[in-house]
Design a protein around this ligand. Structure first.
Ligand code: A2P
Length: 276
C-alpha cells in the first residue's frame, strides 16, 4: 500500500517522493510554506533558479532540523544561462543560494533550441562529479527527447511537464515510460483553475475527498510524481493526504476524457516555442 513516503524510482535507482511541494512564485511565503509541508510529511521540494527563492529554500531546510539526506531538493537551470553558455556557473550559483553541497535533481527548465544538448552535457558532468544525484529535463516534447538521445551518454531520469485533466499528455507520458523516464506533473491542479470543476468535485464526493485530492490521486495512479503548489497550511496538508483511497477505473477514465490538450492559460507556455 502506498503511503506519503512512497517513492518513484529513477533509472539510476534514486528514490523520489511522489508528492513534492512546488514553490513557484512564493516569495516571502516560501519559508512558512516549506515549514508547513515538512510538518505534514513532505520530504520533496521543487524550486528553480527562475523562482528566485533558492535562498529561502536553503534557509527553511537548514532550520528544519531534518537531515539534508532525508530531503529531496530539485532545482532547474534557467533559459538565459543556456543561451549565454553559463550552465556551470548557473549551477554553482544555485548551490551557493541553496547553501548546499549537492542537489538531488537538476533539470533543464525549457528546451531552448540550439542550446539544450550542450546544456545536457554539462548536467552529465555534474552527475559524474556527484554534485547532483539525478538529472533530467522539463517541458521536453517527444522530438526534443529524440534529438537529445543522439547526444546523451546518460538518459534523462525525469521529464517534468504540464499535466492536469485538461492536458493529459498521454502520448508523451507513454513515450517517457518506454524510455525509463519518470514523468513529473507541474500545474497538477491546472494552476488552481480546476478546483471548482464540477466533474472532479462530484468524483471527490464519492471518496470524501476534494477535487484537488482527486487530481493528485489520478497522477499517482499513473505513477506520475506531482509538485502541487500551495501557501496555505490546510491545503498543503490536504494535498499529501491522498494515500488512503483509490479511484476506480471508471473514474480514472472520466478524468482522462476531460482532456482538451489545453496548455496552461496562466503561463501561456508552449514547449515548442519558448520566447522567454
Ligand atoms: P493557495 O496557495 O492559496 O493554496 P498548481 O499546483 O496546479 O500550480 O495550483 C496552484 C494553485 O492552486 C494555487 O493558486 C493554490 O492556491 C491552489 N491550491 C493548491 N492546493 C489547493 C487545494 N488543495 N485546494 C484549493 N486550491 C489549492
Amino acid at each position: 500500500m502506498l503511503n506519503s513516503k512512497s517513492c518513484a524510482v529513477l533509472h539510476n535507482n534514486v528514490n523520489i517522493q511522489y508528492i513534492g511541494l512546488g514553490v513557484y512564485n512564493m516569495g516571502d511565503k516560501t519559508i512558512p510554506s516549506i515549514n508547513a509541508a515538512l510538518k505534514n510529511g513532505y520530504r520533496h521540494i521543487d524550486t528553480a533558479t527562475r523562482y528566485k527563492n533558492e535562498k529561502e529554500v536553503g534557509i527553511a531546510i537548514a532550520e528544519s532540523g531534518i537531515k539534508r539526506e532525508d530531503i529531496f531538493i530539485t532545482t532547474k537551470i534557467w533559459n538565459d544561462a543556456q543561451r549565454e553558455h553559463r550552465q556551470r556557473e548557473a549551477f554553482e550559483n544555485s548551490l551557493k543560494m541553496l547553501n548546499m553541497e549537492y542537489v538531488d535533481l537538476y533539470l533543464i527548465h525549457w528546451a531552448i533550441e540550439g542550446c539544450y544538448c550542450e546544456t545536457w552535457k554539462v548536467l552529465e558532468k555534474l552527475y559524474e562529479e556527484k554534485l547532483v544525484r539525478a538529472i533530467g529535463v522539463c517541458n521536453f516534447e517527444i522530438h526534443h527527447l529524440k534529438e537529445l538521445e543522439k547526444f546523451q551518454s546518460i538518459a534523462p531520469m525525469v521529464n517534468q511537464i504540464e499535466i492536469h485533466p485538461k492536458n493529459t499528455r498521454k502520448e508523451l507520458i507513454s513515450y517517457c515510460k518506454k524510455e525509463g523516464i519518470v514523468c513529473e506533473a507541474w500545474s497538477p491542479l491546472g494552476s488552481g483553475t480546476l478546483i471548482d470543476n464540477p466533474v472532479l468535485s462530484e468524483i471527490g464526493k464519492k471518496y470524501n475527498k476534494t477535487s484537488a485530492q482527486v487530481m493528485l490521486r489520478w497522477d499517482l495512479q499513473q505513477n506520475i510524481v506531482t509538485v502541487p503548489r500551495s501557501t496555505n497550511p490546510q491545503r498543503i496538508a490536504q494535498n499529501i493526504d491522498i494515500f488512503d483511497f483509490e479511484l476506480s477505473d471508471e473514474d480514472m477514465k472520466t478524468i482522462d476524457d476531460m482532456n482538451e490538450n489545453q496548455y496552461n492559460s496562466i503561463t501561456g507556455a508552449d514547449p515548442n516555442n519558448v520566447t522567454f
